[in-house]
Design a protein around this ligand. Structure first.
Ligand code: UD1
Length: 375
């Protein structure tokens, strides 16, 4: 049998690497076909990750690039359909919640090809997020749904999905994190390479910031307020800010880059996986609107402030090191200063975030394939 596995954007790559490894080990008779939709394409958002994570070269590249949601989704569908015709797979495996995840799930479902969704069931209950729409619809179309935390399973059951199709397997991002942690770049080295050797304060401490959600960066007033808040916090701790291409573009478009021209903030290009891991692990606090970073800081026990009003990953708050800071400057500053003074919460590692999620996925896929043979 054959299974088509889809990657599209940076966060998909960390999820797919351990899955491909586990499938090759557990189900050597299963052929995997790797498809890259091309939603992300810059070397520092894409190519470099393939090398570090030892992901093999894709068998198909759809090269959709950046465009509107409708265009991007439609183009992935148009270009994915012939791939399915050629590969005739037993199933399509998709990860996460990007536009390509939904586009490929929808294309497969219309061709009556079973869909497996990894990281199913996460819900922010905020439909202004494009990812929430992608998550809801992908899950409705999926045959096997692999959840990373208990909330995912509960949400899916509430949406009427048969419990027999839902498998709580843990978090594949953590599989990659554990695999790569011994190779994480020391922050000193990252700073040296960025010509920022003297940037950290006398204790060697710094905060790390990432921002890329459209709800934070596309609206110029909101972006300005957030950046002004960060500049204020930088009086207490130096802040490293790797800039996502969307954020860099918005700062330029709205002429806000000048605000970041301040000694306490250093902007960096998008970081490699190992550099980012080193920066997260040793940060005093991480401020972010990314879903993956909320999970990674929980896995590392590093305090995280989420600059959003909600999270689709509530276990990072109830058990992990994450807190919802929202977007109110006074709240962000108070919570940030509190962590700098008292250390913040370390939390504990959520259930099944143990580095073996991909193996459990491979086992479930093996059982499913056996059942197909029996019918
Ligand atoms: C996408 C995902 C988001 C995920 C994020 C991780 C959707 C709806 N969003 O958001 O869930 O958290 O990836 O990074 O699928 N660009 C480049 N180089 C690239 C890719 C993008 O310069 O390699 C720029 C382009 O100007 C593009 C913009 O970034 O217009 C946004 O890219 P896009 O893929 O539309 O969404 P992201 O914001 O990256």
């Amino acid at each position: 049998p054959r299974i088509v596995c889809v990657v599209a954007a940076r966060p998909n790559l960390m999820k797919m690497a351990p899955i491909l490894r586990a499938l090759a080990r557990t189900l050597p008779q299963l052929e995997t076909v790797l498809v890259h939709t091309g939603q992300h394409y810059d070397d520092n958002m894409d190519g470099e990750f393939f090398t570090t994570l030892a992901l093999r070269a894709p068998d198909f590249r759809l090269q959709v690039g950046s465009c509107s949601h409708a265009q991007q989704t439609a183009q992935v569908m148009q270009r994915f359909e012939p791939v399915l015709e050629q590969a005739a797979p037993a199933a399509v495996l998709v990860v996460g919640d990007v536009n390509s995840t939904l586009a490929c799930a929808l294309t497969a479902a219309k061709k009556q090809i079973p869909v497996f969704h990894v990281e199913a069931g996460l819900r922010s209950y905020d439909r202004a997020m494009p990812e929430e729409i992608n998550r809801l619809l992908t899950d409705q179309l999926s045959t096997l749904l692999f959840t990373s935390e208990a909330s995912g399973t509960i949400n899916l059951q509430r949406e009427g999905i048969s419990p027999a199709r839902i498998h709580f397997v843990g978090n594949v991002m953590v599989d990659t994190l554990q695999h790569e942690l011994p190779h994480a770049t020391p922050p000193k080295e990252v700073l040296r390479q960025a010509h920022l050797a003297g940037f950290v304060d006398h204790n060697g401490s710094y905060a790390l910031l990432t921002l890329h959600r459209p709800s934070n960066v596309d609206d110029p007033r909101r972006l300005r307020t957030l950046i002004e808040t960060i500049v204020k916090l930088s009086a207490d701790v130096p802040i490293l800010f790797p800039l996502h291409p969307r954020t860099r573009a918005m700062l330029q478009l709205h002429e806000l880059s000048g605000l970041l021209d301040t000694p306490g903030v250093a902007c960096l290009p998008p970081q490699s996986y190992r550099d980012m891991l080193g920066l997260m692990k040793h940060a005093r606090v991480v401020l972010t609107d990314s879903g993956g970073v909320q999970e990674e800081t929980t896995a590392l026990g590093v305090p995280c402030l989420t600059l959003r009003d909600n999270t689709e990953r509530p276990v990072t708050v109830t058990e992990g090191s994450n807190a919802i800071a929202g977007r109110d400057p006074s709240v962000i500053l108070a919570l940030g200063r509190d962590i700098l003074r008292y250390g913040g919460k370390a939390g504990r590692i959520p259930q099944l975030w143990d580095g073996h999620a991909a193996e459990r996925i491979a086992d479930h896929i093996g059982l499913w394939l056996n059942n197909q043979d029996d019918h």
